[in-house]
Design a protein around this ligand. Structure first.
Ligand code: HEC
Length: 547
C-alpha cells in the first residue's frame, strides 16, 4: 500500500511539472528520484562519468561530481523501467543494466571495471591524440570524421595498397554520405582537395592500424570533465530511423524542434511534449543526384529554408500551410556538381533577393525571388584553396561569409557588389560556420584554429577565444542571452561554454559518440537551453546547464 501511494504521488508530481512547464532551473531544486555513487578499484570515486537512463526514445544523462556522486532531477525521470549505462573511456559498468523507478528514491552504488575493448570507446579526439604521427599526418584524420568515426578508420587490417583503394572509394561519396547511407557523387572528388599525397597517407594509415598485428601504440583517454562541467542534464531524443541525419537543429517560438536531414529528402519536426516526429518530404529537384539538405534557417516571415546540397537550390517551407516553395539555379548555372550547402535568407525580404553558397564554384549566388535572375560572385578567384562556407546576411541584406579554405571573414556589398575580406588574427584558422547577431557582430568557429571568434562589422575588430586542447575541431558557434558562447567539436564529443564576462571555460561531455554540426541556443528558457543534432546517431540532443 505504501509503495503504491508513493507511486501515485510521484506520477502526479511528474504530470504537474511537465504540464506547467516549470523551467529547468526550478526542476533542479526538485527532489531526485535516482541518485548514486560511481567508483572503480583503480580510481576510487570517479568524477566526470556520464550516467545514462533510457526509456523508450528518450535518454536522460547526468554526470558524476568530484565525490563520484550523481543525481537525476525528479522531473526528468518518471516512474518506469530504465536501461542504465555509463560513458567513461576505458571503463565498463558491472551493473545493474536495468532499474525500476516506482516513486521511492533509489540510490545506487555503481562499480566500474577496466574495459577489454577500449577501441570501441575512444572518441575521435582520443584516436587522434593517441596514434603516433606528425600534426600534418593527423590532420588528414579530421577529413574522415565527416562521414564516420575513426574507429572504422584505424581498427582494421588494411595495408598501404588496400588503403589507396579505400581512399579512392571514399572520394566517390557525396559529402552528405555516412557509414549507414553511402551516396555516390556524379563526379568523384578532386583528390588534390580531398586527400593530397595519397601514397603518403596510405602508408601512414597502414602504420597506425592493425595491419602488422596489434596496435603498436597505447590508447590515451582524454581527462574526463570536472567541476561545473558535471553540473548538467542532457536529454537525447532518438529519431524514428537510424539513417536520419539531423545536421542542423533549431527550436521555434512554439518550442517545436526542426531539423534538416543531411542525406534524406525530408524536413523533420519533433514535439518534445508528445515525443512525436513528423517528416515532411521535400520535393526532388534532380532525379539521380544525392538527396539531403544541410543549412536550416528561419527567415523574417518565420518560414524555414533548406540548402539542398546536390539537389541544388533551396526549399522554403511555410510552417502554416506546410507547403514547400522550391528554388532552383537557372540552367546556365546548374552543373553536375552544383551544391547549395548554405542559404543566406536572414534578411531577404529587404530587397527580395536570397544568397546561395556553392562550394563547387567556390562562390556565392544572389537570386532575385521574383525574376529568378541570378548572379555568381567569386570572391576567391585568385586564391585557389579558399572557399566560402557559412553564409548569412545582415540587416541591409549584404552577405557575410566564412573562408573555410583559408582564414577570412568576408562580405559582398549588396549595392555595389564589392567584395571585402578581413583576415582572422589566427592564421590558417579555417572558419567554418557561424552567424550574425542583432548588433551586427559575425560569430564564427575556427575549425583548424581551435578557437571561436567574433568580428564586429562596425568597428572591424576581431576577438578570439581558445578552446582547450588540440584537434577539438569546432564546427559552429552561437551565444546565449547571458553572454555565454557555445561551441561543439567534431572530434571531441564535447560541448564548450565560454563566459564572455569571466572567460571561464566549461566543457560538457556528450553521452554518446556525436557527430556535432550546427549548434543552437533556445533563449526562451531560464537558463538558456543548448541544442545540437547527432548527425550520425539519429538523435536530437538538449543540454541544460545547472549553473
Ligand atoms: C564523404 C563521406 C566519407 C568520407 C569523407 C570518408 N568516408 Fe570512409 N566510408 C564512407 C562510407 C559511406 C562507408 C561505408 C561504405 C563503404 O565501405 O564503402 C565508409 C567506410 C569506410 C571504411 C570501412 C570499409 C572498409 O573498406 O574498410 C574505412 C576503413 C574508411 N571508410 C576509411 C576512410 C578514411 C581513411 C577516410 C579519410 C581519409 C574516410 N573513410 C573518409 C564515407 C566516407
Amino acid at each position: 500500500m505504501l509503495a503504491r501511494t508513493a507511486w501515485l504521488f510521484a506520477a502526479a508530481f511528474f504530470l504537474v511539472v511537465s504540464h506547467t512547464g516549470i523551467s529547468s532551473h526550478a526542476q533542479t531544486a526538485a527532489p531526485a528520484t535516482l541518485t548514486g555513487k560511481v567508483s572503480s578499484a583503480e580510481e576510487g570515486p570517479m568524477e566526470g562519468v556520464v550516467i545514462r537512463a533510457k526509456k523508450g526514445i528518450v535518454t536522460v544523462s547526468v554526470v558524476s561530481n568530484a565525490k563520484g556522486e550523481f543525481s537525476f532531477p525528479a522531473a526528468k525521470l518518471g516512474p518506469g523501467e530504465y536501461a542504465l549505462s555509463i560513458r567513461a573511456t576505458g571503463y565498463d559498468l558491472t551493473g545493474p543494466s536495468m532499474v525500476t523507478l516506482a516513486g521511492a528514491p533509489l540510490n545506487l552504488d555503481l562499480k566500474l571495471v577496466k574495459t577489454r575493448n577500449i577501441a570501441a570507446q575512444l572518441t575521435n579526439l582520443e584516436w587522434i591524440t593517441s596514434v603516433p604521427g606528425t600534426e600534418r599526418q593527423k590532420n588528414i584524420l579530421s577529413r574522415c570524421v565527416n562521414c564516420h568515426t575513426l574507429e572504422r578508420v584505424i581498427d582494421n587490417k588494411h595495408d598501404a595498397a588496400a588503403w589507396k583503394d579505400v581512399i579512392t572509394r571514399m572520394a566517390t561519396y557525396s559529402n552528405n554520405s555516412f557509414h549507414l547511407k553511402p551516396q555516390v557523387r556524379k563526379e568523384a572528388r578532386d583528390m588534390d582537395r580531398f586527400v593530397p599525397n595519397i601514397d603518403e597517407v596510405a602508408a601512414y594509415l597502414a602504420s597506425i592500424n592493425r595491419s602488422a598485428g596489434d596496435f603498436t601504440w597505447q590508447p590515451k583517454p582524454v581527462a574526463r570533465v570536472k567541476g561545473s562541467g558535471t553540473r548538467v542534464v542532457i536529454t537525447e531524443y532518438d529519431l524514428p530511423d537510424p539513417t536520419i541525419q539531423p545536421h542542423d537543429v533549431i527550436v521555434d517560438s512554439d518550442g517545436i524542434v526542426w531539423h534538416s536531414d543531411f542525406s534524406g529528402q525530408i524536413l523533420g519536426r519533433f514535439d518534445t511534449r508528445t515525443l512525436t516526429h513528423k517528416a515532411y518530404p521535400v520535393p526532388l529537384q534532380r532525379e539521380g543526384w544525392p538527396t539531403g539538405a544541410l543549412d536550416l534557417q528561419a527567415d523574417p516571415q518565420g518560414n524555414l529554408w533548406l540548402g539542398l546540397m546536390f539537389q541544388a537550390g533551396a526549399a522554403k517551407f511555410d510552417r502554416k500551410t506546410e507547403k514547400f516553395q522550391m528554388v532552383q539555379l537557372p540552367p546556365h548555372l546548374l552543373k553536375d556538381d552544383s551544391q547549395q550547402a548554405m542559404v543566406g535568407v536572414q534578411n531577404w525580404t529587404v530587397d527580395n533577393r536570397i544568397w546561395l553558397q556553392d562550394p563547387a564554384r567556390r562562390g556565392i549566388y544572389r537570386m532575385d525571388m521574383t525574376s529568378g535572375r541570378t548572379e555568381l560572385f567569386e570572391p576567391f578567384k585568385i586564391m585557389p584553396r579558399s572557399s566560402p562556407y557559412g553564409v548569412f546576411s545582415d540587416k541591409q541584406n549584404n552577405v557575410w561569409f566564412l573562408n573555410f579554405g583559408g582564414d577570412h571573414v568576408g562580405t559582398i556589398d549588396a549595392a555595389s557588389g564589392e567584395v571585402t575580406l578581413y583576415q582572422t588574427p589566427t592564421r590558417n584558422s579555417r572558419p567554418r560556420r557561424g552567424r550574425i547577431d542583432d548588433q551586427g557582430r559575425v560569430w564564427f568557429a575556427e575549425f583548424n584554429g581551435e578557437r571561436v571568434g567574433v568580428f564586429d562589422t562596425k568597428s572591424k575588430q576581431f576577438k578570439e577565444w581558445q578552446i582547450p586542447g588540440q584537434f577539438f575541431a569546432p564546427y559552429d558557434v552561437t551565444q546565449d542571452r547571458l553572454g555565454n558562447i557555445w561551441t561543439g567539436g567534431m572530434n571531441a564529443d564535447r560541448i564548450v561554454r565560454i563566459s564572455t564576462k569571466s572567460n571561464e571555460v566549461t566543457e560538457y561531455p556528450l553521452p554518446h559518440a556525436t557527430n556535432i554540426r550546427r549548434v543552437f541556443v533556445d533563449n526562451s528558457t531560464t537558463p538558456p537551453t543548448f541544442w545540437v543534432g547527432n548527425n550520425h546517431g539519429a538523435a536530437l540532443i538538449k543540454l541544460e546547464p545547472l549553473d
